[in-house]
Design a protein around this ligand. Structure first.
Ligand code: NAD
Length: 412
């Protein structure tokens, strides 16, 4: 059976803490969650689900739009997989994004961030929507997400792009080109040109206005992202391609030097180097040549989006943001899809696959992650499709029916 996310094991993280008593009790910053037994209940602090030999505390951030609909499915899947693999979960649900703006006037309440930092991992759905579009930039839901990433110190963005055999026809590229594609893009998330100083506007010698940004990486920033990428490559196909622009940029020359230096500790990984412009072509021309890619913030932004489009549907793509230790942030690539929110049309599978990534990368629960991925595969094999991945001859279902089919397969 093919798995739906590529990597086969986890990033080294600190051992999970087992319980977070009192997490998030300063404000009533929570709302009803599904307890996995079909009941809705208030999450008044942490609630434990079952008495298992292992227990993990997760912060749930359903956010806005379709977020609460798809989060419910992922929580049910975690409950079921926990039952099967003797894993207990304690969930605490918190507000972020537009929902937090409405309730507290800020997209990231302090209490939400604190709870996330204290938990073993964070599962986020999506934030944003038309309702908050007119707010000024620093008050918008997106700020909540940026604040969350910064506050949790997650610097490595993991974006798998796996072409599932059932959906190979959905890609805009020819089936024989994309079939079998299984790429993991590891993107540096907190440095590079998006954050470098100086930046701003000014005037040049001719009195003309200019805009400028600085692309800068320190040795330690490159070393830590390279380490994450080598460890992921080790657990996957053992190939790492470092993508930069060292023929032109000094910052890329330093990047390449440090990646080569880190390679000394990971001799079992086959390291190659590619310029970003060539990589953009190669990902489209022959995506199967790649196993794991590591790259900086702006190059990764572009390449991970390009790679994800090989798969054909945004509703199927999970992602993770992790740091050197502590809880990671696991979320689908897509946004809050306000155009279909509340209509039972959302595809919950990217959210469910994000939960599988969480199990694998945060906790090393490989068997549980695989159970989820195999249930997703079986559900697709049975022909169930939400609107975004609908194909001729398949069964069009909504979020609820997709959940039912998935849960049946997961409980087998
Ligand atoms: P989007 O990903 O929300 O939607 C793009 C298109 O894909 C829409 O037609 C939508 O219906 C569809 N789609 C997305 N997810 C789907 C799913 N699971 N099932 C079925 N169809 C799905 O992107 P957008 O429209 O550009 O943004 C909408 C809002 O989401 C904005 O406020 C934006 O800022 C926010 N956003 C949030 C995140 C995040 O939380 N990480 C990411 C991107 C966008």
């Amino acid at each position: 059976m093919n798995t739906t996310t590529g990597p086969r094991s986890r990033v080294q993280t600190a051992p999970p803490k087992l319980h977070v008593p009192g997490c998030g009790r300063r404000q009533q910053n929570h709302r009803a969650v599904n307890d996995g037994r079909g009941r809705r209940r208030r999450s008044g602090g942490v609630f434990a689900v079952n008495a298992a030999s292992k227990n993990y505390t997760l912060t749930l951030l359903p956010g806005d739009g379709i977020g609460p609909e798809i989060m419910r499915v992922a929580v049910d899947a975690l409950h079921e997989v926990g039952r099967k693999h003797d894993i207990g979960f304690s969930f605490e649900e918190k507000l972020v994004g537009g929902a937090a703006i409405d309730e507290f006037g800020t997209p990231l309440p302090e209490d939400t961030l604190e709870c996330c930092k204290q938990s073993d991992a964070v599962l986020l759905a999506a934030i944003g929507g038309y309702k908050w579009d007119a707010l000024e930039a620093n008050m918008r839901p997106e700020r909540g997400l940026l604040g969350l990433r910064a506050g949790m110190e997650v610097f490595a963005n993991l974006r798998p792009a796996v072409v599932l055999p059932q959906l190979a026809d959905a890609s805009s590229l020819k089936k024989d080109i994309v079939s079998g594609t299984d790429i993991m893009v590891v993107r540096e998330l907190t440095g590079g040109i998006y954050f470098g100083e100086p930046k701003g506007f000014g005037t040049n010698d001719k009195g003309e206005r200019i805009g400028f940004n600085t692309m800068v990486y320190s040795e330690s920033e490159v070393d830590r992202i390279a380490k994450v990428a080598f460890e992921i490559a080790q657990k996957r196909g053992g190939k790492l391609c470092s993508v930069e622009k060292s023929n032109v940029l000094e910052v890329s020359q330093l990047w390449k030097e440090r990646v080569i230096k880190q390679h000394e500790n990971y001799k079992d990984v086959d390291l190659s180097h590619m310029y970003i412009d060539n990589c953009a072509m190669q990902v489209i021309r022959d995506p199967k040549q790649f196993d794991t890619i590591v790259t900086g913030n702006i190059f990764g932004d572009i390449i991970s989006d390009a790679a994800s489009m090989l798969t054909g549907s945004i509703g199927m793509l999970p992602s993770a943001a992790v740091g050197s230790s502590g809880p990671g942030l696991y979320e689908p690539v897509h946004g809050s899809a306000p155009d279909i929110a509340g209509q039972d049309k959302a595809n919950p599978l990217a959210q469910v696959l994000s939960a599988a990534m969480l199990l694998r990368y945060q906790f090393g629960e490989e068997a549980a992650a695989k159970s989820i991925e195999e249930a997703v595969n079986t559900t697709l094999d049975q022909g169930f499709r939400t609107g975004d991945i609908m194909q001729e001859g398949m069964k069009l279902v909504g979020c609820t029916q997709m959940q039912e089919a998935l849960m049946k397969n997961l409980s087998k």
